[in-house]
Design a protein around this ligand. Sequence first.
Ligand SMILES: [Zn+2]
Length: 274
Amino acid sequence: MKEQIAVLKELQEVVLIRDEYYQTGDGSRMGEFNAKIDELKSKLSPQVRTIFERLYKRNHVAVAGLSNNCCAACGMTVPIANVQMVMQGRNLVCCSSCGRILYAADGDSVQNRAGRVDQEGKVGLERFSNVKLVIPDLKATERTEAIAELAELLEKNGAIDSADNVIAAAMAREEILSTATDHDVAFPHVRGVEGGGLTVAVGVSKQGIQWDGVKVHIVFLAMIPVAVSAYYLRFMSAVTKSFGKANVRDLVLAAEDAQTLWRLVQKHTRTELK
Ligand SMILES: [Zn+2]
């Protein structure tokens, strides 16, 4: 069963990357992703495939790691006997609450302690960020440096445990498919972080950042717990919509300090980001 779980995890990753690409890409690579998804599905046993397809129809997040003996997707506590079965990896174990296929977290997830940033009742980006997590004048000139600058800011403010882990995970994701969009915005991110809520740092570069062959000026670095994987797709779409407008981009690029940038970001995500 361990092999099947490994296929499921890879399948999940490709599905989510394809979904992200669907939100912001030009569509030219959809066929490539769908072919990869079909190839991975063909490696599943008929029984596992049936369970996966049924879950997938309901929600594209069909597998979830165990986080402190809880299902990382719905948060429900998993009975200890089932936790042991997941750890042994001999049987397929589903969450009794949400039905997702559970797997043992293998220590590659990045700790995220940023739960306080996600503030209920707030609107716009204020739900996931704050004025301390924005940089109006990124020094970076290329992708890795920009991700590092923002990750270090998250670490400094206690939103993550290790900037180095986040940089490595975000770059691994970039290697699969660049997160730069055609709208001057890039969405580097780390998925499967434990605990906390969606947490986002924002950086603006006046001179522009080389991002795998294109130039971007605005960067949103996101830490994404499993439970908000589906919501993150809406986040990307809403942010692209707001910051894809030339007039908004010009204002953001002209912001001289963090306060001004934060006010602008707030203003222009207030209606789109729900
Ligand atoms: Zn669950």
